[in-house]
Design a protein. Structure first.
Ligand SMILES: Nc1ncnc2c1ncn2[C@@H]1O[C@H](COP(=O)(O)OP(=O)(O)O)[C@@H](O)[C@H]1O
Ligand SMILES: [Mg+2]
Length: 235
């Protein structure tokens, strides 16, 4: 699904060059659940932006589902970002004073999906993340964990093959964080490829594979034999 070959990313501002990623290579298969760990500044977000086709590497190749991302046109890139990849961020990035339902419907509106289909799918997704009883709550009327679940439902609107999450539990208490991770596990069981950036070991423990970054390099890429499954609580 994802193949990264010898990727480097160098940021050049004025006369200062920062090497954010240095000759990184790895592959991720369809349906894998991978955690990316590493200290602050190790290149995790830079890597996620490249995987999400939001940014391009300075050198190296990135093949996404058989296509070399560096060779795609702007239109093709836009389609990939909208349809193939779902993004989840630490700060949820929901529209304020807007209902959960509308937040989840938004990407489908941009995609021109008929209204009734949009509503039905948004409700189905909100039920899937355990918020069937909160669809008309606005963002400010929801807890952090609930807002993140709305954000996950929104990321799934276009049924993306890949879900990329950058510190999705960073603002949450442990219990809420586990609920989020349980949803990611379920998505990976259903065949979605899930890549979660975290610096919290208890969160990474749930992934089947952990890639460790340090100073822009992969220092370890290992199967997590003792990965723990979390059970989703009943709502
Ligand atoms: N837009 C940018 N311009 C210059 N340097 C950047 C930029 N974005 C990130 N960096 C630098 O690249 C390195 C990796 O950053 P980042 O990928 O955000 O790390 P992480 O997400 O692991 O904390 C850091 O040293 C950071 O300061
Ligand atoms: Mg980061």
């Amino acid at each position: 699904m994802i193949k990264v070959d010898n990727i480097s990313k160098i940021y050049s501002n004025d006369s200062v060059e920062t090497i954010a990623l240095s000759n990184i290579s790895f592959g991720i298969e369809k349906g894998e659940f991978v955690a990316i760990m590493g200290p602050s500044g190790s290149g995790k977000s830079t890597l996620m932006h490249i995987l999400g086709a939001l940014d391009t590497p300075t050198s190296g190749t990135y093949i996404l589902d058989g296509k070399e991302v560096g060779k795609l046109s702007d239109d093709e890139l836009a389609v990939i970002r909208n349809k193939k990849i779902g993004f989840v961020f630490q700060a949820y990035n929901l529209l304020p004073r807007t209902t959960a339902l509308k937040n989840v419907m938004l990407p489908m509106m941009y995609a021109g999906m008929p209204r009734e289909k949009r509503v039905n799918r948004a409700i189905e997704l909100l039920e899937m993340v355990g918020l069937g009883n909160r669809i008309n709550h606005t963002s400010n009327q929801l807890s952090g964990g609930q807002q993140q679940r709305v954000a996950i439902a929104r990321s799934l609107a276009m049924n993306p093959a890949i879900i990329l999450a950058d510190e999705p539990t960073g603002n949450l208490a442990t219990v809420q964080g586990e609920e989020i991770i349980a949803i990611f596990q379920e998505l990976s069981d259903r065949g979605h490829t899930v890549v979660v950036i975290t610096h919290e070991p208890p969160i990474a423990e749930h992934a089947r594979r952990i890639i460790y970054l340090r100073d822009g390099e992969i220092v370890e890429d290992s199967t997590n034999h003792k990965h723990r499954r979390v059970k989703r609580g009943d709502e």
